[in-house]
Design a protein. Structure first.
Length: 137
């Protein structure tokens, strides 16, 4: 076995497809926390305009999609260094709590997207009554 092939990872078609997808769309980091009866989700989106964002909730799945536009084209030969991502991005998150989708709010301020999702209390305390009271009710 050649030394180069020993250190090369085996070919994995699924990993190759994942690599292609990750090169086509940027990743989006998020913070998720609870404050009182509200679930907060925050993400830094510097350079993204509100009209270039789409936030949706489907059941317990939250999806944030958008596009970060560069503003002007730079020819390949004119680049010295590039770390910033420009282009489409998305992130889907399974929400850790049940929320009122219809009361959700979103704001974008100084490059930070903040989602406020009121938490739906999915449990209810039952009053325990003696059996003879239940029969009469």
């Amino acid at each position: 076995m050649a030394l180069a092939s020993f250190f090369s990872p085996p070919q994995d078609p699924v990993a190759d497809q994942w690599q292609e997808l990750s090169e086509q769309e940027g990743e989006l980091g998020v913070d998720i926390f609870r404050h009182g009866d509200t679930l907060f989700i925050r993400s830094t989106l510097a350079g993204v305009e509100p009209e270039d964002l789409d936030v949706s909730i489907d059941g317990d799945l939250l999806t944030i999609r958008g596009v970060r536009k560069m503003g002007h084209d730079v020819h390949d030969e004119d680049w010295f260094h590039q770390e910033c991502y420009w282009g489409p991005f998305s992130r889907s998150i399974v929400l850790p709590l049940d929320v009122y989708q219809e009361r959700a709010e979103a704001s974008l301020h100084q490059g930070v997207l903040t989602l406020r999702l009121p938490i739906r209390m999915s449990h209810r305390r039952l009053e325990i009554r003696p059996m003879d009271q239940m029969i009469r009710s």
